[in-house]
Design a protein around this ligand. Structure first.
Ligand SMILES: [Zn+2]
Ligand SMILES: [Zn+2]
Length: 315
């Protein structure tokens, strides 16, 4: 009996050690600096924009049980690793547009398609986002359906053939519910980055109850998934738009902005002026009454303003 108890105790201890060694530990300041990379050769303005120690950027909070990083072992992707991954450069080979493709009807209370387009245009400034004409659901004859749900892999196959030649990426949005396989209940969205397309459903965003929250959720999804299309993997270094999320609750806790490392990744392809980009996003958020989110972008556009780069000149 004693032997069995001893054996059980040691087995539990071994299991606990394995679980603890697998548990995600939040990267410290040195690891965050290393992830952003060497900034010495950049202009003073860009050094400021990508400063990993700026208090406007927050380290990643410790994942709660059930959160993405508590369940998925992800290695993250430093700026250097991003460059080595040979990501699709926006604008290369004439692929200079982001396309937004609506599928099926959007009810009155759903986010307006022009609003989503304007947001993507500000977020991925200076790339142009074009809105395509809606594809009616009855045109999706080759897409399997189940209880008013669309089969996501079929839909992606269909969209893969529709990607325009000048598209950096085609992002499809729909209010229809999606499912990835017969034994799954639903999926929020899927992407096929090699084919430069993705599809995302706003069906479960609570559009009937809270339109502002639904808009915020839709904007986060669009910006996050487009970020993947720029070759950015999930961020494990900062509290960031590119953090993975397991649920709406976890996603709602995340910010709408990119950390300095992920910002540097999109800047590599887009070459925007950071304060101009922040201003554009800020104008959009203020216009759409997302004041809490706008606050961060206001202060960030002030921090990165050219007038803050050098001491003011004598008159
Ligand atoms: Zn993701
Ligand atoms: Zn990030």
């Amino acid at each position: 009996m004693k032997k069995t108890i001893l054996l059980l105790t040691s087995l539990i201890a071994i299991a606990l050690t394995i679980v603890l060694s697998m548990a995600f530990s939040v990267p410290g300041p040195e690891s965050r600096e290393n992830a952003v990379g060497n900034l010495k050769k950049l202009s003073p303005g860009l050094q400021k924009a990508f400063n990993p120690n700026d208090p406007q950027f927050q380290p990643l909070p410790k994942p709660k049980p059930g959160d993405w990083l508590a369940q998925h072992k992800e290695p993250g992707q430093t700026f250097r690793q991003f460059l080595f991954s040979n990501p699709n450069k926006p604008g290369a080979h004439g692929r200079k547009f982001i396309y937004l493709q609506p599928i099926g009807n959007f009810p009155q209370k759903a986010p307006k398609l022009q609003t989503l387009q304007q947001f993507l245009q500000a977020y991925y400034h200076p790339m142009t986002t074009k809105l395509l004409p809606t594809i009616p659901l009855n045109k999706l004859t080759n897409v399997r359906t189940r209880h008013q749900q669309l089969h996501c892999p079929d839909l992606l196959k269909f969209l893969g053939q529709k990607v325009p030649k000048d598209a950096h990426v085609l992002m499809a949005v729909t209010m229809a519910d999606l499912y990835p396989a017969d034994d799954w209940n639903f999926v929020f969205g899927m992407a096929q980055l090699k084919k430069r397309c993705g599809v995302f459903s706003f069906h479960r965003y609570g559009i009937e109850n809270d339109q502002k929250q639904a808009l915020r959720r839709s904007l986060r999804t669009l910006a996050h998934e487009t970020g993947h299309a720029f070759g950015i993997k999930h961020c494990i270094h900062f509290h960031c738009l590119m953090n993975g999320s397991n649920s709406l609750d976890e996603s709602d806790r995340g910010p709408l902005h990119l950390c300095p490392m992920c910002l540097r990744k999109i800047h590599w392809g887009l070459k925007f002026k950071p304060h101009e980009r922040y201003q554009k996003i800020n104008t959009f958020l203020t216009k759409n009454d997302l004041t809490t989110e706008a606050k961060w972008f206001t202060s960030r556009s002030e921090t990165t303003a050219p007038s803050n780069e050098f001491p003011p000149r004598d008159k």
